[in-house]
Design a protein around this ligand. Structure first.
Ligand code: SAH
Length: 224
């Protein structure tokens, strides 16, 4: 029967197989994906597409990210389970749920209150580990709980890295992963901080909705 829980489970396993074939090998990441019911994080009309490897609309002009990209980004953070992580762009809460299973402390920031509250209620109802939800502009980071071992930005930033995020990154192998580039295309960029030195590596092209805020795109720059 299409649409029942067992059926979603089968579809989720197929998706995990696909993500494996795309090169994600970290079993902890794959297992976290197995534990997150993505079909509950999309609007009802998209539920039957929830385990296709695509971004889908979630309201407010935003999208739930493509699962293989979520997996790749999570793997790049190389979480060991003891980290304090800052996520910018809660959206549906899909990436938030995965991170909550893989780190010790999680702070997530979303600029749309409606998305933030929906994600918070859903993840709490599903008994994911607790996290701190901040409604506001994530380009400013969240200083009260800094420094962060990892910062993950799930929206596309213009060419320049928001300075507050670099400032709030731990100097002890802190990792900042963000899509950097134009309004329509970005390059997945990993910045590692060792003391006062920064090391940058890039990992292919990606497409995210814009990061809108003081150190991101301005609202009037986001229409195509
Ligand atoms: N990881 C999310 C991605 C959602 S899309 C998911 O898979 O559902 C990116 C999100 O970033 C959107 O919800 C958007 O509203 C949010 N966003 C964009 N700019 C932001 C900012 N400056 N601060 C916080 N959130 C922001």
């Amino acid at each position: 029967m299409l649409g029942n829980e067992a059926d979603f489970e089968v579809q989720r396993e197929r998706l995990i197989q696909l993500i494996r074939e795309k090169g994600v090998r970290d079993e902890r990441v794959l297992d976290a994906i197995r534990r997150v019911p993505r079909h509950l994080m999309v609007p009802e009309e998209y539920r039957r597409h929830a385990y296709i490897d695509h971004a889908l609309p979630i309201g407010e002009g935003q999208t739930i990210s493509q699962p293989s990209l979520v997996a790749t980004m999570t793997e790049l953070l190389a979480l060991q389970g003891e980290e304090r992580v800052l996520e910018i762009g809660t959206g549906s809460g899909y990436q938030t749920a995965i991170l909550s299973l893989l780190c010790r402390e999680l702070v997530t920031v979303e600029r749309f209150p409606r998305l933030a509250l929906r994600a918070y209620q859903l993840l709490t109802a599903l008994h994911f580990p607790p996290f701190v939800l901040v409604i506001g502009d994530g380009t400013c980071g969240f200083p009260p709980l800094a420094p962060y071992d990892c910062i993950l930005v799930t929206a596309g930033a213009p060419g320049r890295v928001p300075p507050p995020l670099l400032a709030q990154l731990s100097p002890h192998n802190g990792r900042l992963l963000l899509p950097l580039g134009s309004r329509t295309h970005q390059v997945l960029t990993l910045i590692t901080k060792q003391g006062d030195r920064l090391f940058t590596r890039t990992y292919g092209e990606c497409v995210f909705v814009p990061l809108v805020g003081k150190y991101g795109w301005q609202p009037d720059e986001t229409t195509l």
